[in-house]
Design a protein around this ligand. Sequence first.
Ligand code: ATP
Ligand code: MG
Length: 398
Amino acid sequence: MVGSTFADSGADLQLVGIRKTFPGFTAIEELDLTIPAGSFFALLGPSGCGKTTTLRLVAGLEQVSDGRILIGGTDVTTVKAHKRPVNTVFQSYALFPHMTVLENVAFGLRRRGIGDPAGKAHEALKLVELDHLAGRKPGQLSGGQAQRVALARAVVNRPALLLLDEPLGALDLKLRRQMQLELKSVQGEVGLTFLHVTHDQEEAMTMADTVAVMNKGRIEQLGAPQELYELPRTAFVATFLGQSNLFAGEVVSSDDRLTIVQVADTRLSVPTARTHRRSGHIVIGVRPEKLFLHTSPVESDSAVDAIGPGRVLDVSFSGVSTSYLVSVPGFGEVTVFAQNLVSGPVARVGDEAWLSWNIEHGFGLEDEALPDSAIDSIDRSLGQEGAHAASASSDRAE
Ligand SMILES: Nc1ncnc2c1ncn2[C@@H]1O[C@H](COP(=O)(O)OP(=O)(O)OP(=O)(O)O)[C@@H](O)[C@H]1O
Ligand SMILES: [Mg+2]
């Protein structure tokens, strides 16, 4: 495979014990990753977590400090960049300004002496729906069109592995959505392996079959988008991939079915199959759209967890849904997304509110404690509603 870089199908990529240090800085602590051939894999993480560094290592533009890189089973750790069956689309997609779109796309094929470069370039341009602009110069294209040419130029080489580093970063939201769908269909049609880097969680979830969430040079969790969203393993994943309400508590009991957790003065249940911890300190969570907001008291029962009363701090109406921020003593600031089934919000700022959710929707994290920012919010909720909290807990005690 190495040497003949024109592939019929995607190759799998294996990163084994990768470490990368720059003078005075460790960008990647330890990275083990297998990306199956033909998959669309997204590497998601905040700025500076090591995404571009990972791509540069795979492309051969940077040397590993430790570990091995295998593409299609072949060790390429010491193979030079231009000999690897890899193409990269960088965020800054430099097209050759003096060549036409067609010549730009055919350039790599010509250089490597591959037959029928023009025919193949037209095919690639059709894939990104730009064949009608084949005769233009890059200066006569919009930003989105230029980005699609860059994509065609990479795809036409049939790399066994295509690396995409925030390739849609420069586009406006509408074009970005359109390109996401196009990229996904291009990948499906050509069957290559795509490794896509982004810090946009929605982009990662809509496009990829597998998402890896990276934090500080490590992968925190890897899986299908839905799996990561429904069952995040750490507080970082729970809050980086969508929003989560997290509560720190203490496990009271745990059997095969349910794990009971004491949070402030309330007992909550989490399905044992959905928790990573079954004893001691624990952080449990529930997504905002899984919560119901009530303006009169609700009680927990065998299927439903309930907390409150709290105080509505903020109401944001956004058409399809309303987002409520509710301060619940001992639980901090809890976010609720409610679909607008009636006309407008059901509660106003300052109202008393109770929250409930189906216990099947809760999850238990691997973390023992909440991140600091969440603790601040709980302190605030207790400070603000101190008197209220005291009366609420004494009511319960009776
Ligand atoms: N040549 C270098 N020398 C020293 N440190 C570097 C070098 N290249 C990258 N780094 C550091 O390594 C870390 C990871 O950088 P990287 O470019 O991989 O981040 P990223 O995840 O792609 O971030 P972004 O989303 O902002 O593009 C950063 O802290 C960065 O400052
Ligand atoms: Mg980057």
